[in-house]
Design a protein around this ligand. Sequence first.
Ligand SMILES: Cc1cc2nc3c(=O)[nH]c(=O)nc-3n(C[C@H](O)[C@H](O)[C@H](O)COP(=O)(O)OP(=O)(O)OC[C@H]3O[C@@H](n4cnc5c(N)ncnc54)[C@H](O)[C@@H]3O)c2cc1C
Length: 403
Amino acid sequence: MTDAAGLEVTVVGGGLGGLVAARRLALGGASVTLLEAGDRLGGTVTHHVVGGIVLDAGAESFATRAGTVEGLARSLGLGDEVVPPTGGGSWLHRAAGAVPLPATSIVGIPGVPLARDVVRVVGWRTAARAMLDELIPGTVGDAATSLGALVRRRMGAGVLEQLVAPVVMGVHSQHPDVLEVDRVAPGLRAAMRREGSLAKGVRDLRDRAPAGAAVLGIRGGVHRLVDELAADLDRFGVRVEIGRRVDRDEPLPGEVVWAANDTPVATRVWLVTLVVEQPALDANPRGSGLLVVPGTPGVGAKALTHGTAKWGWLRERAGAGRHVIRLSYDHEPTLAEAQTDAAVLLGTPLGAVVGTDVVAWTRASPRTLTDDERWYVGESVAGTGIANVVAHAERVAGELLAG
Ligand SMILES: Cc1cc2nc3c(=O)[nH]c(=O)nc-3n(C[C@H](O)[C@H](O)[C@H](O)COP(=O)(O)OP(=O)(O)OC[C@H]3O[C@@H](n4cnc5c(N)ncnc54)[C@H](O)[C@@H]3O)c2cc1C
């Protein structure tokens, strides 16, 4: 452990980025103060109670990439609580009906464009166009910085709009045309360059990924990470001030770690959680949930997660015949709209609704780093997702400690 005696640090923002940085700095011997504007810690990782069940209200899983979050969970005493999802893969809902998402893909980009599960989604013509990717030189499209431009160039607009856009919009709430390849699919461009085509790059990355699930969760919900991080901060003597909004120009003592995602709001997301009694859902008719192809008539939701199919612990907690469903929207939905969408997407009447909640979230835009004296962590610099935020916050705190 680095000896950072005498190092004073103020961390602004108590989401996962700020909490992980503060913990790492305190473990390294720094004297740390954390200032959080809201009335609780955790930011977008938090919980709510719906139909008497404690549920994640924001993030509910994390990418297994490099084992970073699992490692954090283990160091927080939650190692035995890390669980893989159950209940099958995701489905795609299009005007023509619902189909399982292709098995070999990354952010919806197929590794084998002519595979049966790809053709089933996009049809022969679009799959055949995507095959051109394997025939044109590997350098074509390499200069494209947006994921949309890259996929359109190599595999065509059909694959982009019918496969990649629904997956990416479900995760990032933005169209692939406005998202950088390296932010959404780290390592994909390098793999494409190495292998000579986009499909081969996808297959290569899939082969290199650790066996098992691409995401994991925590029994009881990922919000438990926040409870344990907060307990550690207390244990390591970090001073935590809740309800303390820091102005951008406010002078602060010591080194400053800026973990507040105070960039312009890029998108708003509404999550509707429904707890229903419907034994027909025991069979997981749409696996762990569905992504909706943008513009599909008759459905306003972007995505649906069947929580009690996805997480075994949640199914046990809910009890037989009772189900947790979560829908996401890019407009403010009514409960009636959400209930209609859920029935259409799951292909069955909803049954008795025994609990509902609607939560609105804002998502920050990527930050353009200026040359100031602060250290930046959090989603606006690390990229979306718990795995990115945790890995980046650990790294930045380590650099700060190393001087
Ligand atoms: C609906 C939703 C679902 C998601 N699902 C997943 C998922 O399943 N898996 C996954 O990996 N990721 C998911 N994410 C993304 C993930 O939650 C985030 O990437 C991550 O939690 C961001 O952490 P953060 O610390 O950067 O930011 P935040 O969680 O945004 O925390 C920032 C904190 O800073 C505080 N703050 C802001 N301004 C100030 C100020 N001026 N002074 C003091 N404090 C301030 C805020 O109050 C907040 O607590 C989801 C996000 C959303 C919105």
